[in-house]
Write a protein that binds this ligand. Sequence first.
Ligand code: E4P
Ligand code: PEP
Length: 355
Amino acid sequence: MMLPIQDLRVRSVERLVSPRALKESLPLTEAANQTVYASRLAIQRILSGEDKRFLIIVGPCSIHDPVAALDYARSLQALQEELKGELFLVMRTYFEKPRTTVGWKGLINDPFLDGSCNIQEGLRLARKLLLEINEMGLPAASEFLDSITPQYLADLISWAAIGARTTESQLHREMASGLSMPVGFKNGTDGSLQIAVDALGAALQPHSFVGIDQEGFTSVIRTSGNPWGHLVLRGGHKRSNYDPESIQEACIRLLKGGLPQRVIVDCSHANSAKRPSVQETVLGSILEQRVRGTEAIIGAMLESYLFEGSQKIPEDLTELRYGISVTDPCLDWDTTEKLLRQSSRRIRETFSTGC
Ligand SMILES: O=C[C@H](O)[C@H](O)COP(=O)(O)O
Ligand SMILES: C=C(OP(=O)(O)O)C(=O)O
């Protein structure tokens, strides 16, 4: 007699739309294609030091309401036009949230925020929003947490992150080696830098691994390696890592790893102890370091939304407050606008970006 040994803990398996089918229903437009192409190139030029503008990845901790996200995107796009000589702004459009233990895992996983986990609809909503944002001319940044998701969305992403909880994962390093956009690797949640430096070295190399193709078939993916990986300093459990000594330590590690000395500082997360107002202090500090000659700091990340703070997802979803984060607390729009204008002014009065 055969004893039950398979799928003992699997409740169901549903087939998902293929990447090609989703893309056929929400095709890449010429306007969006041009935004992605031009902004990836601009980010690469910032990484190589040819473009002296400051790269700022800014936007909500997570997207849970596409209407509010578009509202935010419109304001950010107008500000990008105004500040484009000094800053290059990319909107955080994070659809997948890594959790320390459990919690809402983002719009793709649970688009209705009620535990129904309609992933097919989540992917559709994410693609639709990314199309709309890119069509405005505003580039988008996202964390790739799931190694399948990029097949559905990567054509609309100009900057990708591998998060603190996955930087050490071989699967994520392999995936990054095949991504078409620059990829920022966060240091570990415990503050460990070396895992991110190792990740950069690993993602630079070619890899062969199992993934899916555009039809959704399990496939062997062979990559050529991503030369645009870089470090994102996000602080750690014990301390922040945006001060001059921490930046210097990061540069020494990069040098020892034979990697270019380029870092982005995440002003939020453990660098701000998740207190939105501290993001302003962190941004001020790294901008001063940069204008005083630390060229290794090429940009910053800010968590910002329409209104300050965060809210718990209520049982009764009609009680959700518009434009407030449902994950980490964010800066409000007015403060964000003020900080970005100040940053742009500080750069303009100190050096010429040539843009
Ligand atoms: O950026 C978001 C959070 O810091 C990350 O997803 C972890 O969140 P958690 O500790 O609330 O689970
Ligand atoms: C989860 C995030 O950051 P980290 O991986 O640094 O915790 C994030 O940027 O949303």
